[in-house]
Design a protein around this ligand. Structure first.
Ligand SMILES: Nc1ncnc2c1ncn2[C@@H]1O[C@H](COP(=O)(O)OP(=O)(O)OP(=O)(O)O)[C@@H](O)[C@H]1O
Length: 265
């Protein structure tokens, strides 16, 4: 996937104004790579993955997936949302099945059932298939969200703060599960996170976005061995170095954003 010379602006005041959310973004993402996107609040992270998803259109530049320009949503890209966005009237199985329906996959009933079964096992929801979302914990609901996104086997998984609404312990467990699932499925992932630890634990590269209008400030390589959910990796000097380096980049951006939005002198 490649993003080149991309600028995204939103109309404001009923079309009278224009707000530039992202400016001149260039980014190459290799197939199977895990990219984490970090940056100060409002820098355009959600806008970035929305353009990859094809739900927001750039006013300049383009996103290409598999060599073709993105002109709208497609079955090659699936989203996981922070608030899970499950259908409350559908069971776990029916919510996951929606991932196949939405992506327009033409599978026979038995093929679809077999695939859903595989993902129920992969995300650890065996025994909960007939439950409704309100009968599940937040972490379990997000497992449904991940299974729904992955069941159609999209080439690219787009995740907007997927673990932002779950408690710290569940978050750690879910990071480990995502790492394990991706080792089995091999998708390209673009994940937005506010956690530097989550970014370094999961990603091959961390994209640091500047304060608005957002642009790529730096791409930090994370050459740590996998699996990363391992005390030896997360306690290593290299992990600490990457964490401090990324934090210093972000700190500068957050301070810049604060000064920009602070009261006039
Ligand atoms: N539909 C819209 N119309 C106008 N402005 C918008 C719209 N969507 C987003 N914006 C603005 O664009 C900027 C980038 O928003 P975006 O949601 O992409 O940032 P973000 O980095 O994901 O923020 P956060 O970390 O707080 O979730 C923000 O200043 C936001 O107010």
């Amino acid at each position: 996937m490649s993003i080149s010379g991309m600028t995204v602006a939103y109309e404001t005041d009923g079309g009278a104004g224009r707000f530039v959310a992202l400016r001149d973004v260039d980014l190459e993402i290799r197939a199977g790579e895990f990219i984490a996107v970090v940056g100060p609040s409002g820098c355009g992270k959600t806008t970035l993955i929305s353009t990859i998803a094809g739900i927001v259109k750039p006013c300049q530049g383009e996103v290409r997936v598999g060599g073709k320009p993105v002109v709208g949503p497609g079955p090659d890209r699936a989203m996981v949302f922070q608030n899970y966005a499950l259908m409350p009237w559908r069971t776990v199985v029916a919510n996951i099945r929606f991932g196949l329906e939405f992506q327009g996959r033409k599978l026979s009933k038995s093929e679809a059932d077999a695939r859903i079964e595989r993902f129920i096992d992969l995300v650890g929801l065996r025994g909960f298939e007939k439950r409704y979302p309100y009968q599940l914990s937040g972490g379990m609901q997000q497992r449904v969200g991940i299974a729904r996104a992955l069941v159609g086997e999209p080439a690219i998984l787009l995740a907007d703060e997927p673990f932002g609404a779950v408690d710290a312990m569940t978050r750690e467990a879910m990071q480990g599960e995502l790492e394990r699932i991706l080792a089995a499925t091999g998708q390209t992932v673009v994940l937005i996170t506010h956690s530097i630890d989550e970014a370094i634990t999961l990603a091959d590269r961390v994209v640091v976005v500047s304060h608005r209008p957002g642009t790529v400030l730096e791409v930090v390589d994370v050459p740590l061995p996998r699996p990363r959910m391992d005390d030896a990796v997360r306690g290593s000097a290299e992990y600490a170095r990457l964490r401090e380096y990324t934090w210093n980049l972000l700190k500068g951006e957050a301070l810049g954003a604060h000064e920009q939005s602070g009261p006039a002198a």
